[in-house]
Design a protein around this ligand. Structure first.
Ligand code: AHR
Length: 645
């Protein structure tokens, strides 16, 4: 953990000075102009996306709707999450990917505690399943913490020598965020059990063994352009052995080899000893999720390097073949014909059509010459076979400094496709960097703002808050990304999810418990940008100068070619009200009516499970009169104006 304090540099928030912002509470008038006849940079459909990493219980205990923790007894402590008497048997010779199962005596009761309990809803159907060998019957109950029965079933098991799967369903009679599952064996002789599982019927798109519907809905509502997956440092692993290997996350769930989650032990101050990766949410489910919500997939693969904040192990360059093969095979898994080896696996999992994978990240947050050496070999092999796949490169963990400069220079000379910049900085940095891309080389690699979030305290501090102070600074920064859409072609806030009782890292975009979830102020900023993406940037100026924070006012403007609307985004980072007069130049339309969507809050305001939309957008009408619009922007507010021109 101590190592982590180094990355990104620890920047203190200090006072929210708004060096480029306002002070005082007087209303200021600003004359702004939009040249609607001067279309500039094209905004890519991928512009605003999602970064998914299994950190903070984002997958097991989160997005993956499985309610049983340690369902196949593969945690380092095989009975972790379980109470009851059982003999743990390891058959690693026979089943190396799912070696353990348990053997119980007649009358034995096994109780699973779930992921910080199990969230159960009254009137909803739950599907119980188990692999057994032996026969007899199981009495299955959902229980409240005090032992009240919230739903039950009795399951007769097929007798016999071999393993088989039994399933049965029941309806919960009460809502309970902290339920547990009790499984009692009624029978003669011993019974063997494995893969003890409980899923709600109601998952995203009602898929059996699927994803938590409320969490996917929050993602779908963002209308993201892409999903980066599976991270994040989890790609790298603390050691190479612990790296993310996509091939171990596809096929039948009972054959996906579980490993410890690297965030389990990362931070001594946020220990999560029960954090493992079942890979129930694996690469197939990821591609399917991206397709469901209209996002392009952007997998990030290990490039033969373990996390440089941890062991920093590397594979010798001449030993890279299996890593490169994994990358090539992933492209085949996503896009290959059903007659190919990996395309056939995709088809057997229910998706014969291509997932249309067009880009891929080589390494996560790598740095140094060791990355360049490995990247060269990777890119040569991938480009030789798949010349149209665009590659995303790391430029290290920081947006500046020695590590950044080295990779930035080197990879530009190598004509890299896309550079992945990361910024975990304080809100003031985000305000100051709204101009970051104004002078970037227009003919060099495109930029992916691959991980960013304003830190209200400092990187990896447990005191970081998803408050409006942070969110509005990100909004100001994002106007700079949009304005430079010819250079910046993708951006994603990070991390995405956090369980309120199981997190390691804050801030995060979406928080949840076992039954509820909410978007943070940062979420609503992301949503406003992504839902109002537009097609092409047009100039937004003040006194002939591009608007980049003059008087604390930030902004960007674009046209939506689909709807024929002008979209103006304005961020008033100061505390005084601003009344800009926006003149539309070069267009024909002089009058009209549109909408203005506003996010406004106190700087310390946050959302929570009990007040999930305390900071959320409100919409009102916006008039265009004599070619002019006169919105009123309260202190510390963001507005998105849409008007047909
Ligand atoms: O988003 C959390 C972590 O921050 C990611 O895993 C890593 O890439 C970055 O350092």
């Amino acid at each position: 953990m101590g190592k982590f304090l180094g990355f990104g540099g620890v920047l203190r928030l200090g006072v929210f000075l708004m060096g480029v912002g306002l002070s005082g509470a007087t209303a200021l008038a600003q004359e702004l102009s939009v040249r609607v006849d001067k279309p500039g940079a094209v905004i890519q459909p991928t512009m605003w996306g999602i970064f998914f990493e299994d950190i903070n219980m984002a997958a097991d205990g989160g997005l993956y709707a499985e309610l049983v923790k340690n369902r196949s007894f593969e945690f380092s402590e095989p009975m972790m999450g379980w109470k009851g008497k059982a003999l743990v048997i390891n058959r690693s010779e026979e089943r190396p990917d799912n070696p353990r199962f348990v053997r119980v005596e007649p009358g034995a009761v096994l109780v699973n505690e779930g992921f910080r309990g199990m969230g159960i809803k009254q009137g909803e159907m739950y599907h119980f399943s188990v692999w057994t060998r032996g026969g007899g019957a199981l009495a299955v109950e959902l229980q409240s913490p005090s032992g009240a029965v919230l739903g039950s079933l009795r399951m007769r098991l097929k007798p016999g020598e071999g393993w088989h799967k039994d399933t049965a369903s029941f309806v919960a009679t009460a809502t309970e965020p902290k339920a547990r599952l009790s499984v009692k064996y009624d029978g003669k002789g011993t019974l063997d059990l494995d893969m003890i599982s409980l899923f709600p019927q109601h998952t995203w798109r009602e898929r059996p063994g699927g994803l938590r519907a409320d969490l996917v809905q929050l993602l779908a509502d963002l209308r993201p352009g892409f999903i980066r997956f599976p991270g994040g440092c989890i790609v790298e692993g603390r050691t190479l052995e612990g790296r993310y290997q996509w091939k171990k996350t596809v096929g039948k769930v009972e054959d996906r080899k579980q490993i410890v989650n690297r965030w389990n032990t990362e931070f001594a101050h946020r220990p999560t000893p029960d954090y493992f990766q079942s890979f129930g949410l694996g690469f197939f489910e990821y591609f399917q999720l991206a397709e469901d919500i209209g996002a392009s997939p952007l997998p990030i693969l290990n490039c033969g390097m373990a996390c440089q904040f941890n062991t920093a192990e590397v594979v010798p360059v001449e030993g890279l073949d299996p890593y490169i093969q994994d990358a090539l095979d992933l492209i085949e898994f996503a896009n290959g014909p059903v007659s190919s080896k990996w395309g056939a696996l995709r088809a057997s999992m229910g998706h014969p059509e291509s997932f249309h994978l067009k880009m891929m990240g080589v390494g996560n947050e790598q740095w140094g010459p060791q990355y360049v050496e490995r990247y060269k070999v990777f890119s040569a092999a991938i480009k030789a076979r798949y010349p149209d796949v665009r590659l995303v490169n790391s430029v290290g963990p920081n947006p500046d400094g020695e590590l950044f400069d080295f990779l930035n220079d080197t990879l530009r000379k190598m004509h890299a496709d896309i550079l992945d910049e990361h910024y975990y900085r304080n809100p003031e940095w985000f305000l100051q960097q709204a101009k970051r891309y104004d002078n970037y080389d227009r003919s060099g690699p495109r930029i992916f703002a691959g991980e960013y979030a304003a830190q209200s305290d400092k990187v990896v501090s447990v005191n970081n808050k998803n408050n409006w102070r942070s969110a509005i600074s990100e909004a100001a920064f994002m106007t700079g990304l949009e304005r430079n859409a010819d250079v910046v072609q993708m951006a994603s806030y990070a991390p995405l999810f956090a369980h309120v009782e199981g997190w390691q890292w804050t801030p995060d975009l979406i928080w949840f418990d076992n039954l509820r979830s909410y978007g943070t102020p940062d979420y609503y900023v992301q949503k406003l940008f992504a839902n109002n993406r537009g097609s092409v940037v047009v100039p937004l100026t003040q006194g002939g100068e591009t608007l980049t924070g003059q008087g604390g006012l930030y902004g960007s403007a674009c046209l939506d070619n689909g709807t024929g609307e002008l979209i103006v985004k304005l961020v008033n980072a100061g505390d005084g009200e601003v009344r800009p007069v926006i003149s539309l130049l070069g267009g024909k339309k002089k009058t009209g009516k549109g909408t203005m969507t506003v996010l406004k809050a106190g700087l310390e305001d946050v959302n929570s499970l009990d007040a999930p939309t305390a900071v959320s957008p409100t919409e009102s009408a916006m008039l265009l009169q004599g070619n002019k619009m006169t919105p009123v922007l309260g202190g510390h507010s963001m507005a998105v104006i849409r008007i047909k021109i």
